[in-house]
Design a binder for this molecule. Structure first.
Ligand SMILES: *Cc1c(COP(=O)(O)O)cnc(C)c1O
Length: 356
């Protein structure tokens, strides 16, 4: 693939000091763009200086949400090498999401090449502090300007990069989550198992409610019975009962997380029995009350593994593991980040080193 490169000015390319990074508010000097037109296919890949983009006011994505995205990270390893974590799984999921939204898929090798070229061009913007990383956000959306509800004939594929800080500024901070019975996130046959914007827009009302009550995230229940646990805002969820680490089975309304899959594969290596099944919220509450639920954590690219210290359900709040981070949670966090930063043996071949 021949990528046309139009460089930003040298002043714009200089990386700032990353002393106080948050999530997703600053961007690197370049972005990748590629267009699709019916009959022409995907064409004219290019890297240009980061800037606003022009959109037709009737662009289908703005009105009917025909768009998908991904989220992955590049890390500076302890050996000075740049690594991506399971990029092919993210790229394949991007294509699965695209297919569900009737967006033409991309050749995985071309997406990888686009990411690699862009990340290496802006590699000075990968923060080096442990825990920080370069967040990679590929997005594809329908650009055809028409108010007719139909499949777009034109798309833009874009990749933008954002240096992000350690999710935990001073050590692990267990999050408090709020179980909503009023709203649901997704339903079988819907789009809960792909990354498309509408899912997230629809989740904000419950998120706002949780925040007002002093909780940081929503724990979603299944849409039919409002009984079985599904996942958290942008994380999958795990429960560590006495002899079992378990996570809700993929029912079609749960996002199949790459980090979720990594935990399921790593747990047996730690001698832990990992399962996927239906988990009712009553089982969780009972486990907390009886003391059989030892730990609870969320998984996702942003936080890797995020301890859950408290669950709010039916006007009552329940503390897990005394509100503290559990041992298994910490071990899994260290294991996965160890692979991402090139410290631990990568026996699954998950880390992909980027070289010029
Ligand atoms: C992205 C996402 C996750 C986590 O997926 P990872 O591949 O582990 O980053 C979980 N749930 C939702 C709803 C998501 O959007």
């Amino acid at each position: 693939m021949e990528i046309e490169i139009n460089l930003a000015s040298p002043e714009k390319r200089k990386a700032p000091d990353f002393y106080n990074l948050t999530f997703g508010n600053i961007f690197t000097p370049h972005m990748f763009l590629m267009r699709y037109e019916e009959g022409k296919g995907w064409h004219s890949p290019k890297i240009v200086p980061f800037s606003d983009i022009e959109l037709h006011p009737a662009a289908i994505v703005l009105h009917y949400s025909q768009g998908v995205f991904e989220g992955m990270k590049a890390y500076y390893g302890v050996d000075g090498k740049i690594r991506l974590f399971r990029p092919w799984d993210h790229i394949n999921r991007l294509n699965r999401s695209a297919d569900r939204m009737c967006i033409p898929t991309l050749e995985p090798e071309k997406v990888f090449e686009a990411i690699k070229t862009l990340v290496l061009l802006d590699k000075d913007w990968i923060p080096r502090k442990r825990g920080s990383a370069l967040y990679i956000r590929p997005v594809i959306f329908a650009t055809e300007g028409t108010l007719g509800l139909k499949i777009s004939h034109e798309y833009l594929f874009m990749i933008i990069l954002s240096p992000v800080g350690a999710y935990y500024q001073e050590g692990f901070n267990p999050v408090r989550i709020y179980v909503t019975e009023e709203y649901v996130r997704a339903c079988p046959g819907g789009t809960g198992d792909i990354k498309t914007g509408g899912n997230y827009g629809a989740s904000l009302k419950a998120q706002e409610m949780a925040n007002k009550k002093g909780y940081s995230q929503v724990l979603w229940l299944d849409p039919l019975y409002r009984k079985y646990v599904e996942e958290v805002g942008s994380m999958n969820i795990f429960f560590y009962f006495e002899n079992e680490l378990t996570t809700p089975a993929l029912t079609g309304s749960i996002l199949p997380g790459v980090t979720r899959d990594s935990v399921l594969k790593l747990a047996p290596k730690l001698g832990i029995n990992a399962t996927e099944r239906r988990i009712s919220i009553e089982e969780v509450i009972e486990g907390i009350e009886k003391g059989t639920l030892k730990e609870c954590f969320g998984t996702g690219t942003a936080a890797v593994v995020s301890p859950v210290g408290e669950i709010y359900y039916k006007d009552k709040s329940y503390r897990i593991n005394n509100g503290q981070t559990g041992e298994l949670t910490k071990t899994l966090f260290d294991y996965i980040t160890g692979i991402q930063y090139g410290e631990k043996e990568d026996s699954f071949g998950w880390a992909v080193i980027l070289e010029d």
